[in-house]
Design a protein around this ligand. Structure first.
Ligand code: GDP
Length: 632
């Protein structure tokens, strides 16, 4: 690896480069506060565009700051930051949401202005959208089933209720029939995943706590998620039919988390239920409506093109991409041209949770939509494209933006290999781990063993999450937020999660032998895990003339045929396409009489390969460097 230059050396080199004698690398400079706004995944070309500079000049400047990049390569925020600071600019990265807003703006779609322009007359009340959260085994699934079976409409229609990701039930409240929408993927995984994508679909959270078990870690996690998202909570104290159930204790415990029951003078509604016996489900629905009416103003404009969120999607063998969409405002109709994230298409048919066809869906209505050309991710926002063919254009532009952002991100997140380096540079002090295993015994054993590794004082090992089962979206989301590495012991990725991990650049490692996992982590912590390297060709030069020099050995008068030749890089010699010498170094490099650090394609130069002298006309000198291999 090349030694890193000191800041000062870099600066001197940079200043020298500004001098006219060095090819006149001129870059317009900022005043130290000039702001340049860049999208995620931007390249030097984009930066050059903003400051009216020559991209090649930026490549050079960056090179002298110790980073190699081509003009079109996506770079991360840190790299731009370093470059910008050198040139007197301040970088502001445009957020993904902002970026999408700009992207839509190009199609004359401004969702915010659209909403701001809606008057009271445009808005009609809409049903609340509810998510059920809580600790595992406290009865979330059972409760969702119990609620579903209270639905009179379903009973009358006699349809078989299908799982489509959400359903609606109707509850009579003060003489009015009011629908309530439930997201029926229990747990906060779906909730966090959607929030991570900037989509908020939940209006109210039902927090399920088993009365015989009490407040548990995931109860608190769920509660934190809801509170962070500003979503009001209704507490369902479940399993009150069980012996040993103590509903009063739950109320007591939750006061510590700012959830004070109404009967204790707070404003949170607690309802004692038994999901198993279907007890008090009606009161729970009542509490949801009362909380919605007291805390929220749930209205939306039904008379416009639909806006919404894809809450679940999959590829069906016979029907193609099937997405469950929650309409948030406007009305979705069969025949509409839609975009959901990076998927586009025309609504071919819509179904409700009873498998019945639907021709239109208004605010808060979940429907299964057929007709998208690909499968959108959960949490992708949906909109009806205003004009013919814009659906496809929007989707393609989004995809391009995502791909660019992904390329930039790939370089960024931590992997077990670069952890040591980040540690040395003082960038991290903690190695965060998420551990998943096939059985809880293995997870515990692994966690215990890992925490016992003696890692000295400078570094901390933290297990931020552990669990049994496949590696899920939630694990990856957590790892993303906390820059953690995921260790999977005898488990695999859950469906479609591998893509997500890949997109987010999260390092996921699989093991089937505990001590191997321990070895790797220990090695990373102690700086012994060696990165893998691969060869990257830098340039080739063709020998045109051989100068004999007693002092320096033979010098090959050459012309650079591709890339560039850099002094000190590794080299080999090819004759007639065959390698005749390897393991050489470009020991001297000259342009005419002057020493050069690099010579580009099309230029002539003199190359010295140290003591290697067997050079002939038309030999090709190939140079390369060993680059750290990115993990895929
Ligand atoms: P989840 O992990 O939160 O979705 O929990 P489940 O809905 O799968 O329920 C976990 C277990 O608790 C199952 O065996 C249920 O039958 C049981 N259970 C759920 N609700 C009740 C209840 O109200 N009373 C009793 N006695 N058992 C319940």
């Amino acid at each position: 690896m090349r030694g890193r230059k000191s800041k000062r050396a870099k600066r001197q080199e940079f200043e020298a480069m500004q001098a006219p004698s060095l090819g006149g690398v001129q870059v317009p400079r900022g005043n130290g506060k000039t702001v340049v706004r860049l999208r995620h995944g931007s390249s030097l070309n984009d930066f050059a565009d903003k400051i009216d500079a020559n991209p090649a000049a930026l490549v050079t400047v960056l090179f002298h700051l110790g980073e190699m990049a081509t003009a079109t390569q996506s770079l991360d925020e840190d790299t731009f930051g370093t470059l910008a600071a050198e040139l007197g600019y301040v970088i502001e990265m445009v957020s993904a949401e902002e970026e999408d807003r700009e992207l839509l703006g190009a199609f004359d779609i401004d969702l915010e202005a659209e909403e701001a322009g809606e008057s009271d007359e445009d808005l009609a009340p809409r049903p609340p959208v509810v998510t059920v959260m809580g600790h595992v085994d406290h009865g979330k699934t059972k409760l969702l089933d119990a609620i579903r079976s209270t639905d009179v409409v379903a009973g009358e229609a006699g349809g078989i209720t299908q799982h489509i990701g959400a359903y609606q039930v109707v509850k009579e409240h003060e003489g009015v029939e009011r629908p309530i929408t439930f997201i029926d993927t229990p747990g906060h995984e779906a909730f966090t995943a959607m929030r991570a994508r900037g989509a908020q679909v939940t209006d109210i959270a039902i927090l399920v706590v088993a009365a015989d078990d009490g407040v548990m870690p995931q109860t608190i996690e769920a509660l934190n998620h809801a509170q962070a998202a500003n979503v009001p909570i209704v507490v369902a104290v479940n399993k009150v039919d069980k012996e040993g159930a103590n509903p009063a204790k739950i109320r007591q415990q939750l006061t510590e988390y700012n959830l004070v029951a109404e009967e204790y003078g707070g404003d949170t509604m607690f309802v004692d239920v038994s999901a198993k016996q279907g007890l008090h489900i009606d009161q729970l629905l009542e509490a949801v409506l009362l909380t919605a009416d007291a805390a929220l103003d749930l209205r939306a404009n039904p008379d416009k093109d639909a806006r919404g969120v894809a809450i679940e999607a999959n590829l069906d063998k016979g029907r193609g991409a099937v997405a469950t969409v929650l309409v948030q405002s406007g009305t979705l109709r069969v025949g509409d041209a839609i975009v959901a994230g990076t998927a586009y298409g025309r609504v071919r048919a819509m179904f409700d949770e009873h498998g019945e066809t639907v021709v239109e869906a208004g605010p808060s209505r979940p429907v299964q939509v057929l007709g998208l050309a690909s499968v959108p991710s959960a949490g992708a926002t949906l909109l009806v494209a205003p004009e013919e063919r814009t659906d496809r254009q929007i989707a393609e532009k989004r995809e391009a933006a995502e791909r660019a952002a992904l390329l930039a991100k790939r370089r960024k997140r931590i992997s077990l290999e670069d952890f040591t380096q980040a540690l040395a540079q003082g960038k991290v002090e903690t190695l965060n781990l998420v551990i998943k295993g096939d059985v809880s015994g293995a997870v515990e054993a692994l966690e215990d063993a890992l925490l016992k590794i003696d890692v000295g004082e400078e570094v901390d090992l933290r297990v931020i999450h552990r669990g049994v089962g496949a590696i899920t979206q939630n694990d990856v989301n957590l790892a993303t937020v906390d820059s953690a590495i995921i260790i999977g012991f005898n488990v695999k990725f859950a469906e479609r999660v591998e893509d997500l991990a890949d997109r987010e650049g999260v390092d996921v490692r699989f093991y089937s032998v505990i001590y191997q996992a321990i070895d790797d982590v220990e090695a990373a912590l102690k700086g012994m895990l060696k990165p893998e390297y691969e060869e990257a060709q830098l340039g080739t030069a063709e020998v045109r003339e051989v100068f004999r020099s007693s002092k320096f050995g033979n010098i090959a008068g050459s012309i650079v045929r591709s890339g560039e030749i850099r002094r000190n890089s590794k080299a080999r010699v090819l004759r007639g396409g065959k390698v005749i010498a390897d393991n050489l170094t470009i020991e001297s490099l000259k342009r005419f009489k002057d020493d050069a650090t690099e010579v580009r394609e099309g230029y002539e130069c003199g190359i010295g390969l140290g003591s290697y002298n067997d050079l002939q006309l038309e030999d090709v000198i190939e140079t390369f460097e060993m680059r750290e291999k990115p993990r895929v």
